[in-house]
Design a protein around this ligand. Structure first.
Ligand SMILES: C[S@@+](CC[C@H](N)C(=O)[O-])C[C@H]1O[C@@H](n2cnc3c(N)ncnc32)[C@H](O)[C@@H]1O
Length: 173
């Protein structure tokens, strides 16, 4: 999990997959401390590394089944992905992915550029637009089901089924 923040995505992941090992990278110590104190972050059983994702990707040697990239910088009115992310981090993310692994990225305005960065690493690619939000989640991976099949899988899952109506799924490459 690149951009652990307060741990809300890690919390969802833990609920969906209780047995998995989760590694969370967050450079902002204040965020991690606040999440530990007020959001019970430590109860999630995440290996928390407080460091810059750029440094982490340069030094990590493990490979992962799923890499969730949720890195954003800047204040809320101009929140954006880090400058170095697409050219530098995405090739490094590809190197840390197991064969058949999945990459998921949260985007706002950067969805087309993100899809271009993801194409050499993980195809097919599906975008999930969340109705009523600017966020567009992009997911890629060799074994990723087509949008219609993915929707059916989510509809069958008790925790995901109530959310499916808010999502627009589209193949992106
Ligand atoms: C949208 S928030 C993440 C929210 C989080 N995924 C959650 O579930 O609560 C983006 C996070 O990326 C972190 N971030 C931005 N640049 C980073 C970097 N270079 N290395 C590590 N974390 C970074 C920010 O500090 C911020 O906490």
């Amino acid at each position: 999990m690149l951009g652990l923040g307060g741990g809300s995505v890690a919390c969802a992941l833990r609920a969906l997959a209780p047995e998995v090992e989760i590694v969370g990278i967050e450079r902002d110590e204040v965020v991690v401390d606040a999440a530990r104190r007020h959001l019970d972050l430590d109860s999630l059983g995440v290996e928390i590394l407080v460091l810059d994702a750029r440094d982490y990707l340069a030094r990590e040697r493990r490979r992962f089944d799923l890499i969730i990239e949720d890195l954003f910088v800047g204040p809320s009115r101009s929140v954006r992905k880090p400058e170095w992310l697409l050219d530098e981090a995405y090739p490094a993310i590809g190197a840390r992915l197991r064969p058949g692994g999945i990459v998921s990225a949260n985007t706002i305005h950067e969805m087309p550029a993100l899809v271009r960065a993801l194409r050499p690493l993980a195809r097919p690619i599906v975008s999930l637009d969340v109705r009523g939000y600017w966020n567009r989640v992009v997911v890629g991976g060799r074994d990723l089901p087509a949008p219609r099949a993915l929707r059916r899988i989510m509809e069958r899952h008790p925790s995901l089924a109530p959310l499916v109506g808010q999502l627009a799924l589209r193949r992106r490459g």
